[in-house]
Design a protein. Structure first.
Length: 317
């Protein structure tokens, strides 16, 4: 009986110790929360980085919080979000400046150093033997071609799709509209959503019809469609940076090191977004496609040891 009691005690200590050890090990896993803003490219970047840290580093797992730009930026400042992989903060400079000034947000540099915005038209309007507007180069040329872009609700004028209601860029579209006196020949339209704006462009392009309006890169649509940005509408490229909450500097310095090196191009983003659209891939699937097909890009962000582990994980899929 005494021997059995001793054995039971040893087993109890072993089991209890195991439980505590397991709990301690689990507590050592650090969750990195990515802001899953509503457009595809940032969600792909989140999953590229999540795969790298979960498979190339030790002690990390990723989580994603969905939200629009301002809630994610505010969450980043408050510490509810750890990483914003694609902050278009030049559209919300006051919120960004406040977060940086307080020290709560740390800017790790550009994700994409060349992110154009402006008013676009299909290339077939201006190039080719049957191009109806070969002299349409810039905004000052638009009035003489207003008849090509008839407003369905006002046939006496053309229509320019200026952007989406509530987007900060609409103010600049309105400024351009006034600067070039386009109100005499055009109406400036506002769509209710990006889906509606994109739908008008794609619909016109499929039929070979004229279209003029605001869009930006990188996007799947401009990865698929051959569009030309009009001269005079090239406002400053958006600042698309990687931001982190200040707590990341202490809790995940190795992740911060990779994020600081993380950089892509608009062409790469357009390519993977077009791939996603054409092949009907999920954001996770296109992230894996990127890691498998853009090795020369992402291996520059990480050490050889991390790269080797990530490649092994990819090979096992």
């Amino acid at each position: 009986m005494k021997k059995l009691s001793i054995i039971a005690l040893v087993l109890l200590v072993f089991i209890t110790g195991g439980l505590f050890a397991g709990g301690e090990a689990e507590s050592e896993v650090t969750t990195i929360v990515f802001g899953d803003v509503s457009w595809d490219s940032v969600q792909v970047h989140n999953r590229i980085m999540a795969f790298i840290i979960e498979n190339g580093l030790t002690g990390y797992k990723a989580d994603f919080i969905p939200g629009d730009t301002l809630p994610i930026l505010n969450g980043l400042q408050q510490g509810d979000v750890d990483v914003d992989m694609e902050s278009w903060h030049s559209n919300f400079p006051e919120v960004y400046a406040k977060g940086i000034a307080s020290g709560d947000i740390v800017d790790l540099g550009m994700n994409m150093p060349d992110s154009p915005q402006g008013w676009y038209i299909p290339r077939y309007l201006v190039e080719g033997p049957d191009a109806p507007a070969p002299d349409l180069k810039g905004l000052e040329d638009l009035p003489k071609y207003a008849y090509l872009f008839p407003d369905p609700e006002d046939r006496d004028k053309g229509i320019i799709l200026g952007g989406v209601a509530g987007w900060s860029q609409m103010a600049y579209s309105e400024e351009l509209f006034e600067k070039y006196n386009l109100g005499e020949t055009f109406n400036l339209a506002i769509t209710g959503s990006n889906t509606a704006l994109a739908g008008t462009m794609v619909g016109a392009y499929k039929k070979g019809d004229p279209w003029v309006g605001y869009y930006w890169e990188p996007t799947a649509i401009l990865g698929r469609l051959d569009m030309v940005r009009l001269e005079g509408s090239e406002w400053d490229p958006a600042l698309v940076h990687v931001l982190v909450n200040k707590s990341m500097l202490e809790k995940a310095p190795d992740v911060v090191e990779i994020l600081t090196a993380y950089t892509t191009t608009v062409a790469e983003n357009n390519e993977f977004l077009a791939k996603m659209d054409n092949d009907n891939l999920s954001t996770q699937e296109v992230a894996i496609w990127f890691l498998k097909n853009k090795e020369t890009t992402w291996t520059k962000w990480v050490s050889s040891d991390v790269a080797s582990k990530v490649k092994s994980a990819l090979a096992a899929l």
